[in-house]
Design a protein around this ligand. Sequence first.
Ligand SMILES: C[S@@+](CC[C@H](N)C(=O)[O-])C[C@H]1O[C@@H](n2cnc3c(N)ncnc32)[C@H](O)[C@@H]1O
Length: 201
Amino acid sequence: MPTLERKKYSEKWFSSDGQFNRLYPNYIQLLSQRHWTPLVVARKAAGFLAAEDGVKVLDIGSGVGKFCLSAAYHKPNARFYGVEQRERLIEHAEAAKEILQLDNLYFINGNFTQLDFRQYDHFYFFNSFYENLTGTDKIDSSIDYSRELYNYYNRYLYKQLDQKPSGTRLATFHSLEDEVPPGYHVVGVEMEGLLKFWIKV
Ligand SMILES: C[S@@+](CC[C@H](N)C(=O)[O-])C[C@H]1O[C@@H](n2cnc3c(N)ncnc32)[C@H](O)[C@@H]1O
Protein backbone atom coordinates (compact mmCIF):
# COMPACT_ATOMS: atom_id res chain seq x y z
CA MET A 1 0.00 0.00 0.00
CA PRO A 2 1.41 3.49 -0.82
CA THR A 3 2.74 5.35 2.25
CA LEU A 4 0.01 8.01 2.39
CA GLU A 5 -2.85 5.53 2.04
CA ARG A 6 -1.27 3.29 4.66
CA LYS A 7 -0.92 6.22 7.05
CA LYS A 8 -4.59 7.09 6.63
CA TYR A 9 -5.61 3.47 7.16
CA SER A 10 -3.60 3.15 10.40
CA GLU A 11 -4.45 6.59 11.75
CA LYS A 12 -7.27 5.54 14.06
CA TRP A 13 -5.08 3.04 15.90
CA PHE A 14 -2.59 5.75 16.80
CA SER A 15 -5.17 8.26 18.04
CA SER A 16 -4.74 7.21 21.70
CA ASP A 17 -3.07 4.54 23.84
CA GLY A 18 -6.51 3.09 24.62
CA GLN A 19 -7.29 2.73 20.93
CA PHE A 20 -3.87 1.22 20.18
CA ASN A 21 -4.27 -1.32 23.00
CA ARG A 22 -7.27 -2.77 21.20
CA LEU A 23 -4.84 -4.37 18.78
CA TYR A 24 -4.10 -6.85 21.57
CA PRO A 25 -6.01 -9.31 23.76
CA ASN A 26 -7.21 -8.24 27.21
CA TYR A 27 -4.37 -9.66 29.25
CA ILE A 28 -1.84 -7.72 27.13
CA GLN A 29 -3.89 -4.52 27.50
CA LEU A 30 -3.76 -4.90 31.28
CA LEU A 31 0.05 -4.89 31.17
CA SER A 32 0.18 -1.76 29.06
CA GLN A 33 0.52 0.99 31.63
CA ARG A 34 3.47 -0.63 33.36
CA HIS A 35 5.30 -2.43 30.55
CA TRP A 36 4.64 -0.91 27.09
CA THR A 37 5.87 2.45 25.79
CA PRO A 38 3.20 5.21 25.67
CA LEU A 39 2.51 6.42 22.11
CA VAL A 40 3.74 9.94 22.84
CA VAL A 41 7.08 8.56 24.04
CA ALA A 42 7.43 6.27 21.01
CA ARG A 43 6.79 9.19 18.66
CA LYS A 44 9.35 11.45 20.35
CA ALA A 45 11.98 8.67 20.56
CA ALA A 46 11.44 7.72 16.91
CA GLY A 47 11.88 11.36 15.89
CA PHE A 48 15.24 11.44 17.64
CA LEU A 49 16.50 7.99 16.59
CA ALA A 50 15.42 8.14 12.95
CA ALA A 51 16.86 11.56 12.27
CA GLU A 52 18.14 10.34 8.88
CA ASP A 53 16.46 8.22 6.21
CA GLY A 54 17.47 4.58 5.96
CA VAL A 55 18.78 4.10 9.50
CA LYS A 56 18.26 0.81 11.36
CA VAL A 57 16.95 1.16 14.90
CA LEU A 58 16.87 -1.70 17.43
CA ASP A 59 14.43 -1.89 20.36
CA ILE A 60 16.19 -4.02 23.00
CA GLY A 61 13.36 -6.03 24.54
CA SER A 62 10.48 -5.16 22.23
CA GLY A 63 7.56 -6.76 24.12
CA VAL A 64 4.38 -6.67 22.01
CA GLY A 65 6.03 -4.23 19.62
CA LYS A 66 4.47 -0.97 20.70
CA PHE A 67 7.61 1.14 20.25
CA CYS A 68 8.54 -0.43 16.90
CA LEU A 69 5.00 -0.26 15.49
CA SER A 70 4.52 3.35 16.45
CA ALA A 71 8.03 4.35 15.32
CA ALA A 72 7.58 2.57 11.97
CA TYR A 73 4.27 4.37 11.46
CA HIS A 74 5.74 7.82 12.13
CA LYS A 75 9.07 7.21 10.39
CA PRO A 76 8.42 5.23 7.19
CA ASN A 77 11.92 5.93 5.83
CA ALA A 78 13.70 4.15 8.70
CA ARG A 79 13.69 0.47 9.62
CA PHE A 80 12.87 -0.72 13.10
CA TYR A 81 13.88 -4.05 14.66
CA GLY A 82 12.57 -5.47 17.91
CA VAL A 83 14.26 -8.33 19.73
CA GLU A 84 12.13 -10.08 22.35
CA GLN A 85 12.83 -13.17 24.45
CA ARG A 86 9.16 -14.18 24.97
CA GLU A 87 7.78 -15.94 21.91
CA ARG A 88 4.18 -15.25 22.90
CA LEU A 89 4.80 -11.48 22.87
CA ILE A 90 6.39 -11.74 19.43
CA GLU A 91 3.21 -13.43 18.17
CA HIS A 92 1.13 -10.48 19.42
CA ALA A 93 3.58 -8.05 17.84
CA GLU A 94 3.37 -9.84 14.47
CA ALA A 95 -0.44 -9.89 14.62
CA ALA A 96 -0.53 -6.14 15.29
CA LYS A 97 1.93 -5.52 12.44
CA GLU A 98 -0.39 -7.43 10.12
CA ILE A 99 -3.42 -5.35 11.12
CA LEU A 100 -1.51 -2.08 10.72
CA GLN A 101 -0.02 -3.18 7.37
CA LEU A 102 3.37 -1.70 8.18
CA ASP A 103 6.39 -3.14 6.43
CA ASN A 104 9.40 -1.20 7.72
CA LEU A 105 9.77 -3.23 10.93
CA TYR A 106 10.89 -6.71 11.90
CA PHE A 107 10.55 -8.75 15.07
CA ILE A 108 13.20 -11.22 16.20
CA ASN A 109 12.44 -13.87 18.81
CA GLY A 110 15.49 -14.39 21.03
CA ASN A 111 17.78 -12.94 23.62
CA PHE A 112 19.37 -9.59 22.72
CA THR A 113 22.77 -11.14 23.61
CA GLN A 114 22.45 -13.25 20.43
CA LEU A 115 22.42 -10.20 18.14
CA ASP A 116 25.26 -8.58 16.27
CA PHE A 117 25.04 -4.93 17.30
CA ARG A 118 27.08 -3.89 14.26
CA GLN A 119 23.92 -4.47 12.20
CA TYR A 120 22.07 -1.57 13.85
CA ASP A 121 22.67 2.19 13.89
CA HIS A 122 20.65 3.45 16.85
CA PHE A 123 18.93 1.97 19.92
CA TYR A 124 15.82 2.27 22.07
CA PHE A 125 15.78 0.90 25.61
CA PHE A 126 12.81 0.84 28.02
CA ASN A 127 14.47 -0.55 31.13
CA SER A 128 13.98 -4.10 29.89
CA PHE A 129 16.00 -5.88 32.58
CA TYR A 130 14.21 -4.28 35.53
CA GLU A 131 11.85 -7.26 35.96
CA ASN A 132 14.86 -9.21 37.25
CA LEU A 133 14.95 -7.17 40.44
CA THR A 134 13.07 -8.36 43.52
CA GLY A 135 9.80 -6.56 44.22
CA THR A 136 9.23 -5.33 40.66
CA ASP A 137 6.13 -6.02 38.53
CA LYS A 138 6.58 -9.03 36.24
CA ILE A 139 5.04 -9.58 32.80
CA ASP A 140 4.47 -13.29 33.54
CA SER A 141 6.14 -16.28 35.19
CA SER A 142 7.49 -17.83 31.97
CA ILE A 143 11.15 -16.91 32.60
CA ASP A 144 13.65 -16.93 35.46
CA TYR A 145 14.48 -13.67 37.20
CA SER A 146 17.58 -12.82 39.20
CA ARG A 147 19.85 -9.97 40.25
CA GLU A 148 22.68 -11.86 38.48
CA LEU A 149 20.79 -11.72 35.18
CA TYR A 150 20.08 -8.02 35.70
CA ASN A 151 23.79 -7.33 36.20
CA TYR A 152 24.86 -9.61 33.36
CA TYR A 153 22.46 -8.02 30.83
CA ASN A 154 23.36 -4.49 31.88
CA ARG A 155 27.07 -5.18 31.55
CA TYR A 156 26.54 -6.90 28.20
CA LEU A 157 24.53 -4.00 26.81
CA TYR A 158 27.04 -1.48 28.18
CA LYS A 159 29.86 -3.24 26.30
CA GLN A 160 27.87 -3.38 23.07
CA LEU A 161 26.97 0.30 23.23
CA ASP A 162 30.55 1.19 24.13
CA GLN A 163 31.80 -0.44 20.91
CA LYS A 164 29.47 1.55 18.67
CA PRO A 165 30.93 4.44 16.65
CA SER A 166 30.64 8.08 17.48
CA GLY A 167 27.28 9.49 16.39
CA THR A 168 25.32 6.46 17.65
CA ARG A 169 22.00 7.53 19.14
CA LEU A 170 20.32 6.01 22.16
CA ALA A 171 16.90 6.77 23.65
CA THR A 172 16.26 5.49 27.18
CA PHE A 173 12.91 5.46 28.98
CA HIS A 174 12.76 4.89 32.76
CA SER A 175 16.40 3.82 32.73
CA LEU A 176 18.60 3.56 35.81
CA GLU A 177 21.43 4.31 33.34
CA ASP A 178 23.65 1.39 34.45
CA GLU A 179 23.82 0.34 30.79
CA VAL A 180 24.90 3.73 29.38
CA PRO A 181 28.70 4.10 28.84
CA PRO A 182 30.27 7.47 29.70
CA GLY A 183 30.93 8.19 25.99
CA TYR A 184 27.19 8.84 25.52
CA HIS A 185 26.15 12.42 26.26
CA VAL A 186 22.64 13.57 27.05
CA VAL A 187 21.36 15.84 24.28
CA GLY A 188 17.71 15.97 25.27
CA VAL A 189 15.36 15.20 28.14
CA GLU A 190 11.59 14.79 27.89
CA MET A 191 8.66 13.46 29.90
CA GLU A 192 9.87 14.99 33.18
CA GLY A 193 13.25 13.30 32.91
CA LEU A 194 11.96 9.78 32.15
CA LEU A 195 12.87 9.90 28.46
CA LYS A 196 16.48 10.74 27.65
CA PHE A 197 18.24 11.19 24.32
CA TRP A 198 21.93 10.38 24.09
CA ILE A 199 24.59 10.63 21.36
CA LYS A 200 27.97 8.96 21.49
CA VAL A 201 30.81 11.46 21.08
C1 LIG B 1 9.46 -2.93 29.61
S1 LIG B 1 9.14 -4.07 28.31
C2 LIG B 1 9.26 -2.93 26.96
C3 LIG B 1 8.62 -3.40 25.68
C4 LIG B 1 8.79 -2.50 24.47
N1 LIG B 1 10.18 -2.08 24.29
C5 LIG B 1 7.94 -1.26 24.58
O1 LIG B 1 8.55 -0.24 24.87
O2 LIG B 1 6.73 -1.31 24.43
C6 LIG B 1 10.69 -4.98 28.24
C7 LIG B 1 10.70 -6.23 27.40
O3 LIG B 1 12.06 -6.66 27.31
C8 LIG B 1 12.06 -8.08 27.23
N2 LIG B 1 13.40 -8.54 27.62
C9 LIG B 1 13.97 -8.47 28.85
N3 LIG B 1 15.21 -9.00 28.84
C10 LIG B 1 15.43 -9.42 27.55
C11 LIG B 1 16.52 -10.06 26.91
N4 LIG B 1 17.63 -10.38 27.59
N5 LIG B 1 16.44 -10.33 25.59
C12 LIG B 1 15.30 -10.03 24.89
N6 LIG B 1 14.22 -9.46 25.47
C13 LIG B 1 14.28 -9.14 26.78
C14 LIG B 1 10.96 -8.49 28.18
O4 LIG B 1 10.52 -9.81 27.91
C15 LIG B 1 9.90 -7.41 27.93
O5 LIG B 1 8.98 -7.83 26.98
